[in-house]
Design a protein around this ligand. Structure first.
Ligand code: DGL
Length: 265
């Protein structure tokens, strides 16, 4: 047993979609969530900047004595995961490998896989590379959606602007079997996304898959916490940032009186 918390980071509210799934699948684990609001958005930054930022986030979480790090962010996973794994001893997981493994286990014949993500993630080609490594006969359709993370930060996930924007972004996904929500902010638009796709398209929330994957790892390595129950702590790098973080978090997680602390780096 390992009673230390799990550390998780993203640029803002996006990773809360991962946190929510972890609380369902790993209800005894304590989680320390870091929202790097000072450096939002990640999606338009260079690979070098993302790597530097990710290291700072990992160092902060390690200073909180976490037992493992979850990169609750597609952009940081696509551009920094491999390098972080080489630089730190602590287990570090991202959203791409577990999701690709999940798709591969579905054993679909010539799956047509849509990927919607930030500009940085799409530019990195990380999803396409991993998918084709595991499933060479797959067809991958990529679409960057730079507006969505900002809209999610302001809570615009179901209004008219969101309806119109999602409709536009879904236009290129007419002929797919699976849609990967490759940015963790996007599950906040899940209802609208479903509405604009054929009924048979499987929409993947990477947080759900990552939580299941982490549960297996934690159990195999006997790292689970069996004593406490589902507490979490939230840190933001800029509490004053122009984001509706607290309201969105309370609404999305269904919790009242969430206490937010400042992470100074
Ligand atoms: N939620 C993040 C991702 O999964 C970051 C979005 C952003 O900051 O641009 O890519």
């Amino acid at each position: 047993m390992d009673k230390r918390p799990i550390g998780m980071f993203d640029s803002g509210v996006g990773g809360l979609t991962v946190l929510k799934e972890f609380r369902k699948k790993l209800p005894n684990e304590k989680i320390i969530y870091l929202g790097d609001t000072k450096r939002f958005p990640y999606g338009s930054k260079s690979k070098e900047a993302i790597l530097e930022i990710s290291k700072k986030c990992v160092d902060f979480l390690i200073s909180k004595n976490v037992k493992m790090i979850i990169i609750a962010c597609g952009t940081a996973t696509s551009q920094a995961l491999d390098s972080l794994i080489n630089s730190y001893d602590i287990p570090i997981l991202g959203i791409i490998n577990p999701t690709v493994e999940y798709i591969s286990n579905l054993n679909l014949e010539k799956p047509r896989v849509g990927v919607i993500a930030t500009s940085g993630t799409i530019k990195s080609g990380a999803w396409e590379k991993k998918i084709l490594e595991k499933i060479p006969e797959a067809k991958v359709i990529n679409e960057k959606a730079p507006l969505l993370a900002t809209m999610a930060e302001t809570g615009w996930t179901s209004n008219k602007v969101a309806e119109y924007t999602i409709k536009e972004y879904m236009k290129c996904f007419k002929d797919i079997d699976i849609l990967i929500l490759g940015c963790t902010h996007y599950p906040m638009f899940e209802n609208l996304i479903h509405k604009n796709l054929e009924k048979n398209v499987k929409v993947l929330n990477t947080g759900t898959i990552l939580a299941q994957y982490t549960k297996k790892i934690i159990e195999t390595k006997k790292m689970e916490n069996i004593e406490t129950s589902g507490q979490f702590e939230i840190y933001l790098t800029d509490i004053e940032a122009d984001t509706d973080f607290l309201n969105i978090a309370e609404q999305f997680l269904g919790e009242k009186n969430i206490n937010i602390k400042e992470a100074n780096f």
